[in-house]
Ligand binder design. Structure first.
Ligand code: AMP
Length: 455
């Protein structure tokens, strides 16, 4: 069965496309809504991914990587046929064999599929899994909203205790704290469970039917399919009209009420700042009880959530497993990095190569290749410029790169099995036997580091 979303999503035909003659002159650009992460930006990505991995380990999450492509029905069933993600935002494709696949628009259904398919459901619970990688959504591109973005997702499967909802929020604040991101706030709500939500939906329907004609066309359609979604409509008029809508808190059953109260008490205990937001419903079908988002505190109208998630006690069963409670959330890496830059938080630059290898003449070049490998193996970061031949040019490059030492290997040194070590600051040079070069360099680098630290 084709997912409902397929019709409106992007259909990529798997056909060989012959380049047209006119294409020869065209300069290619990245696909709309997708961007290149350039070398200079990689230090931010490395830092964020490293801290996410480190914090995930300390909270006892195990890494799982799932394929980027999944069957479309996984999201139609898991995320929900009437959600924006499935209705409008899927990058779907049909294989030559006729399978309907999709570039994953989020992690949770993929992780639950993998948990069920690989027998992780037989492990002691809770099973705590995390993933980092790209997601794809066919959204209208704008600042902070891309068609390919990267998320880190955390899923705690097999526990209903509200302490785990709070612990996920705490985990986010551990990551953001290590990144130096402060002034963030959690927005939180409960969307109830299959026992109490129908009552709330009824109350919403009564309220919205009275103002139906004033709602946007999307909301008029949602009214039939998923009235909760009207609460997070971005249309200004709808937002105004829904201000007096009934609040979910008033319809929660005893169990959901107590669960929510406990989550808030744990957050109080952890001194995590939060705002109750009765309009936060998070748009996906699978959420039960707690839903939350984490936002920067800035009030400049450009606010966008950094992370979001909630409890999904029904999803494992829906995807073919036993009744298993779970809670999870995802962090948007693109937005975390954008906020770090906005707030002038630095990421470490790449360590410089302390050594530059200058080679002269054919024999020097040949010997340099094997020496370069020896230096790498010894862990000495070395830069080279094998395509340059003149000594002055190569030394200029070494200077530009800020290398502390230059190794000069010419015809004479190659024949004598020696090498010249030049201190790039003092200009002093000494001839060292090739067999001793690694030890000599290690000592020199170490002593310069000590001096640097003492200065
Ligand atoms: P969601 O799965 O929509 O709750 O997204 C979780 C987080 O992923 C959001 O809070 C954003 O930080 C990030 N995110 C989601 N969609 C995009 C997008 N299109 N572009 C950039 N970041 C996104």
């Amino acid at each position: 069965m084709a997912g409902r979303g397929l019709g409106r999503g992007l259909l990529i035909q798997q056909r060989f496309i012959k380049p047209k003659k006119t294409m020869n002159k065209k300069s290619f650009q990245a696909v709309r809504g997708m961007r290149d992460i350039l070398p200079d930006d990689q230090r931010y990505w490395e830092k964020v991914r490293r801290i996410i991995g480190k914090v995930a380990e300390t909270y006892d999450f195990a890494r799982i990587d799932t394929p980027i492509l999944e069957n479309v029905d996984l999201f139609v069933k898991g995320t929900g046929a009437f959600t924006d993600i499935v209705e409008k935002e899927m990058f779907a494709l049909r294989t030559k064999g006729g399978d309907k696949l999709v570039l994953r628009p989020e992690f949770t259904p993929s992780v639950i599929r993998a948990y069920l398919e690989n027998g992780l459901s037989r492990l002691p619970h809770p099973v705590k899994l995390y993933s980092v990688g790209p997601i794809f959504r066919y959204e209208r591109p704008q600042k902070g909203r891309y068609r390919q973005s990267e998320q880190a997702s955390f899923e705690t499967i097999g526990e209903k205790d509200p302490v785990l909802d709070a612990q996920l929020i705490q985990l986010f604040f551990s990551i953001s704290g290590e990144l130096g991101l402060k002034r963030l706030v959690t927005q939180i709500n409960s969307v109830g469970c299959p026992q109490c939500r129908p009552n709330y939906k009824k109350a919403l329907l009564v309220f919205f039917r009275k103002i139906k004609n004033e709602l946007c066309s999307d909301c008029q359609r949602r009214l039939k399919q998923n009235p909760l979604r009207l609460l997070d409509c971005k249309n200004e008029k709808c937002a105004q009209l829904t201000e007096d809508a009934p609040q979910v808190i008033d319809s929660l059953c005893g169990e959901c009420h107590n669960h929510f109260k406990s989550v808030l008490e744990y957050l109080d205990e952890l001194e995590i700042p939060y705002i109750l937001n009765s309009r936060l419903v998070r748009g996906l079908d699978y959420y039960t009880k707690t839903v939350f988002e984490i936002w920067p505190e800035e009030k400049d109208g450009r606010q966008i959530a950094l992370a979001g998630g909630g409890r999904y006690d029904g999803l494992v069963k829906l995807l073919g497993g036993r009744e298993t409670q779970a809670v999870g959330f995802a962090i948007g890496l693109d937005r975390m990095i954008a906020l770090m830059k906005e707030r002038k938080i630095k990421a470490p630059s790449k360590a410089r190569a302390s050594v530059f290898l200058v080679q002269l003449g054919d024999l020097g070049k040949k010997k340099s290749l094997s020496l370069f490998e020896k230096l790498q193996k010894a862990g000495i970061k070395t830069a080279t410029s094998f395509n340059r031949d003149r000594m002055t040019t190569q030394l200029k490059i070494a200077n530009k790169l800020g290398s502390r030492f230059a190794l000069i290997l010419g015809q004479k040194e190659a024949l004598d099995e020696t090498i010249i070590v030049r201190d790039m600051i003092s200009g002093i040079q000494e001839v060292v036997p090739m067999a001793k070069i690694i030890n000599v360099l290690k000592k020199k680098i170490k002593s310069k580091l000590v001096v640097k630290r003492l200065v």
